[in-house]
Every structure is written in C-alpha cells, then in structure tokens.
Design a protein around this ligand. Structure first.
Ligand SMILES: [Fe+2]
Ligand SMILES: [Fe+2]
Length: 140
C-alpha cells in the first residue's frame, strides 16, 4: 500500500540531510587522508563530494515541487585518523543510501510520482558507483 505523501516528504527530507552530511564527510576525508597510495581515491572522494551536492540540489527541488519544505538540517558526520576506517565509514554511508533509495523509488512509484522516481533512480545509480569505488579502494 502506498505511503501518504507527507510521509514521503519526511523521508526525502531525511535523505536530503544525509546528502548534506555525505558531502561534508567526503570533504573532510579527502582533506585529511594521507599517503601516496591513497592519491587516486582522494581524487574520487572529491568527485563524490560534488555528486552528493548535486543529489541534495535535486532532492531539495523535488521536495519543494511536491509541496514540502526542504530541510536545512545536516545528518550525522563520521571521521577518523585512520584512512581505512574513513573509507569504511564512507562505504557504510553509501550502503545505507542504496538501501534508502531503493525503498524511495518504490514509494515514489506507488504514489505515481514517476518523475521523482526517475530522479531517485539516477541518484541510486550514482550511489552504487560510489560504493564500487570505495570497495575497490578497500580491496573488498
Ligand atoms: Fe548522494
Ligand atoms: Fe554517494
């Protein structure tokens, strides 16, 4: 059964807050990560930063279009002094995002919000690419 539109707005706002925090977390991790072996992934993390910001822009626009108020709150941000731990934190964030966006695509389609569902699918595909980059860097 479809969830109420207000509930979808609430969930999209949580997603938006987590996009803000993902962008901040990537900025931090790319800045503090050290070591020649991490040069390539540091570049990737900076690309991820910009893509998370784009996701936030898309979500804020969609929330506004659908009659909600885009949140300006920021979700939880994690960091570490250890490179591997930071990459694991980033991967956990991406895995969580993939799970949330899979659910969100279904919820949007159940409400016949097909344009929103399409945007969410594009975001989902990017999060999967982010997870792949992180797994590769972690050697898993
Ligand atoms: Fe994202
Ligand atoms: Fe991501």
């Amino acid at each position: 059964m479809a969830i109420p539109q207000e509930k979808l707005m609430e969930l999209l706002n949580k997603d938006l807050e987590l996009e803000y925090s993902a962008a901040i977390q990537y900025i931090n991790h790319a800045a503090v990560m050290t070591g020649a072996a991490y040069g390539d992934i540091i570049k990737e993390l900076k690309i991820h930063t910009n893509e998370e910001v784009q996701h936030a822009v898309i979500l804020a626009d969609q929330i506004d279009y659908l009659g909600g108020s885009p949140s300006v709150m920021v979700g939880k941000i994690r960091t570490s002094k250890d490179n591997t731990e930071m990459l694991q934190q980033d991967l956990e964030g991406e895995n969580d995002a993939i799970k949330r966006y899979k659910a969100r695509v279904e919820q949007a389609e159940e409400l016949k919000e097909f344009a929103l569902a399409q945007q969410l699918r594009n975001i989902l595909a990017t999060e999967q690419e982010h997870a792949m980059d992180l797994k590769q860097a972690l050697g898993i």
